[in-house]
Design a protein around this ligand. Structure first.
Ligand code: AMP
Length: 147
């Protein structure tokens, strides 16, 4: 089967290059469009357990700024490998559900993820990769990250 739309999920860590390279290769082999996504975690998720009520506005501003920075970073990563700015997506939320939902919205037929990111060293499969594999409606290619 030839894929038409490949989406690489990258967490902007050093390991992201391995995921990008493989996604690019598969997209080229299949003559498919390549999109990129990165997900910024909300502060409430990063600092779970804290009462964030008093900080709501500050955290909304912080998240918007983090999303803008992630978007700009992803655009420049995309520009370096021939992916148009409009095909780069920076979302806010829990990474796996955001990746799965965006893939559905964009009609992606192959999601490429790393076996683990910066948080999952030592794990066979990180929690994001695991969540995407469980919930995606399309195929998922997991790249074994070499440390
Ligand atoms: P993890 O499950 O965090 O160990 O990461 C496994 C893989 O999931 C990474 O190599 C990325 O491909 C993807 N991933 C993890 N976190 C994110 C994120 N915040 N945004 C996009 N992709 C992510």
């Amino acid at each position: 089967m030839a894929y038409k739309h490949v989406m690489a999920a990258v967490d902007l860590s050093d390991e992201a290059g391995q995921v990008l390279k493989e996604a690019q290769r598969v997209a080229e082999d299949h003559g498919a469009k390549l999109s990129l996504i990165t997900v910024v975690k909300p502060l409430t998720q990063v600092y779970g357990g804290l009462d964030m009520a008093a900080y709501t506005q500050a955290s909304v501003n912080f998240e918007r700024e983090a999303q803008n920075q992630a978007q700009e970073h992803l655009k420049s990563v995309g520009a370096g490998i021939g992916v148009a700015a409009e095909d780069t997506h920076a979302a806010i939320g829990a990474p796996a559900p955001q990746i799965v939902d965006t893939a559905k919205d964009l009609g992606v037929d192959l999601i490429v993820v790393g076996s683990h990111g910066k948080h999952g060293l030592g794990l066979l499969l990180g929690s994001t990769a695991n969540g995407v594999l469980h919930h995606a409606e399309c195929d998922v290619l997991t790249i074994r990250i070499k440390d």
